[in-house]
Design a binder for this molecule. Structure first.
Ligand SMILES: C[S@@+](CC[C@H](N)C(=O)[O-])C[C@H]1O[C@@H](n2cnc3c(N)ncnc32)[C@H](O)[C@@H]1O
Ligand code: SF4
Length: 449
């Protein structure tokens, strides 16, 4: 069966497995002492290096396709109080972790649009974070920039603060697609910020592209791909458009007949994948591609690749602390997500409380399954324990994937084949005890391809 036909056959709604159990399984979390206890438990391990994710939610313009947690405003007076609260939230963590030799190994600024903030504000944020924490020798710092508002000064100041990686949202360069998603972003802006980043000395430039957007066609995407590949980004995230109008209201503005059909989506993905492979990129898995010298590929080949809420990473930190509205933390034995409502997040931080609103304590079984899902997503294979039994409804998918030669089973080793790599999410779902076949929760995930 050809790649395109397979993509259609396996066109189910499957999570991206940036966590297991996935966020829809988490419950309301109101136990402040419980969160502190979890932090105390990891406090002694922070010299190995923590990962920090900071969510900066503001954007000046609404891109109607966007599924991220964002707040649209042109009022830049919001910057200072937001940064101050982030640092206040960080101090809560420092106190609970109680470890004055803490090292940070990964720091990522995501959004919203981090470059909505003035360079000076971002500088204060980073200085505040490192006031009581050391830099791990292998520290990796990255941020998301919008090509329309990332200035030379942003890039210069953040490079001086230690950032080596920058990720630009590109999505699609076609004017008609840009109009319908309300994101007018000329190619010149992307060329400019990419050149600046390289001249200033960033080690890695990442682009985000999206397939499956309204009015996107193979012809239009092919042109975008040619333009993008000519700029040689070190990494590319090629996401499938998640159409979740019940969550992201602006997506309701779309005429759904403008959305590519599942067959067209599969063809768009295949077009992109082939273009990247032909241009010398390697497929990392789950929609990510990188040039051979990139650290993600080195980690993939040395079997040290890891995956967390930020996606694939070469950094092995076991603990991730999320700061800011809607940010997610992974404390090893517990997950937590901050309030998605800005006002509520502000109130809780002001009251000296962890603004965690949803969370989960992992069971022993969750931890075993989580490990297997991580192995499948990062290594493409899992050594099944002797006693392992798949859940009843997972047999059909397993047998289908074996029959379609997407998976192979040698002894106890279940591994993805070269074509199977396209279906990494499906293979991961074989270990997901919460994903029921006809579960209404499926609606909460976007289409897998
Ligand atoms: C939070 S945005 C940050 C980038 C920055 N704000 C910008 O727009 O350039 C991160 C990425 O998520 C992806 N994204 C946002 N909404 C999406 C959706 N509905 N479906 C798929 N990907 C989406 C886009 O590729 C986007 O670049
Ligand atoms: S895509 Fe980026 S700039 Fe556009 S609304 Fe989403 S977060 Fe903001």
């Amino acid at each position: 069966m050809e790649g395109g036909q397979l993509l259609q056959r396996y066109n189910h709604a499957i999570p991206r497995y940036t966590s297991y159990p996935t966020v829809p399984q988490w419950q309301t979390w109101s136990n402040q002492d419980g969160w502190k206890e979890q932090l105390t438990a990891v406090g002694g391990t922070t010299q190995e290096g923590l990962a920090i994710y900071i969510h900066l939610p503001y954007c000046e313009h609404l891109c109607t396709y966007c599924g991220c947690n964002k707040k649209i405003t042109t009022n830049h007076r919001v910057e200072k109080p937001y940064i101050e609260r982030l640092l206040q939230e960080w101090r809560l963590y420092l106190r609970a972790l109680g470890d004055d030799r803490m090292l940070i190994r990964e720091l990522h600024l995501g959004g919203g649009t981090p470059t909505f903030f003035a360079p000076e504000q971002l500088k204060q944020l980073i200085e505040g974070i490192f006031e009581h924490a050391g830099r791990h020798p292998q520290l990796e710092m990255s941020f998301e920039g919008h090509p329309n508002n990332t200035t030379h000064e942003h890039l210069q100041v953040l490079r001086e603060m230690g950032f080596q990686r920058v990720s630009f949202g590109v999505q699609d360069l076609d004017p008609e697609v840009q109009r319908v998603i309300n994101r007018i972003q000329p190619l010149e802006n992307l060329v400019q910020v990419t050149q600046w980043s390289r001249n200033i000395g960033y080690e890695s430039v990442n682009y985000d592209l999206v397939y499956g957007l309204p009015l996107q066609t193979e012809e239009k995407l092919a042109k975008t791909l040619t333009e993008v590949i000519a700029l040689r980004p070190d990494r590319v995230a090629f996401y499938g458009y998640a159409h979740v109008p019940w969550k992201s209201r602006a997506q309701r503005l779309y005429d759904e007949s403008h959305l590519p059909t599942p067959e067209q989506r599969a063809a768009l993905y295949e077009l992109g994948r082939q273009a990247f492979l032909e241009a010398g990129y390697e497929d990392i898995g789950m929609d990510h591609f990188a040039l051979p010298q990139d650290s993600l590929l080195k980690a993939l080949h040395s079997k040290t690749l890891h995956r967390n809420f930020m996606g694939y990473t070469a950094n092995p930190s076991k603990v991730l602390i999320g700061l800011g509205v809607s940010a997610i933390s992974d404390l090893g034995a517990a997950f937590g997500q901050n309030s998605k409502e800005l006002v509520q997040w502000e109130r809780m931080v002001d009251a000296g409380q962890f603004p965690v609103e949803k969370g989960l304590l992992l069971s022993q079984e969750d931890i075993i399954r989580q490990k297997m899902i991580l192995q499948m997503s990062c290594l493409g294979e899992v050594e099944l324990p002797n006693s392992w039994t798949f859940l009843e409804h997972q047999h059909a998918l397993l047998n289908q994937m074996l029959a379609d030669e997407l998976l192979q089973l040698e002894g106890n080793r279940l591994s993805l084949t070269a074509t199977g790599k396209l279906f990494t999410r499906h293979a991961c779902s074989l270990f997901d005890a919460y994903l029921m076949p006809e579960n209404a929760l499926l609606k909460q995930f976007s289409q897998a391809v």
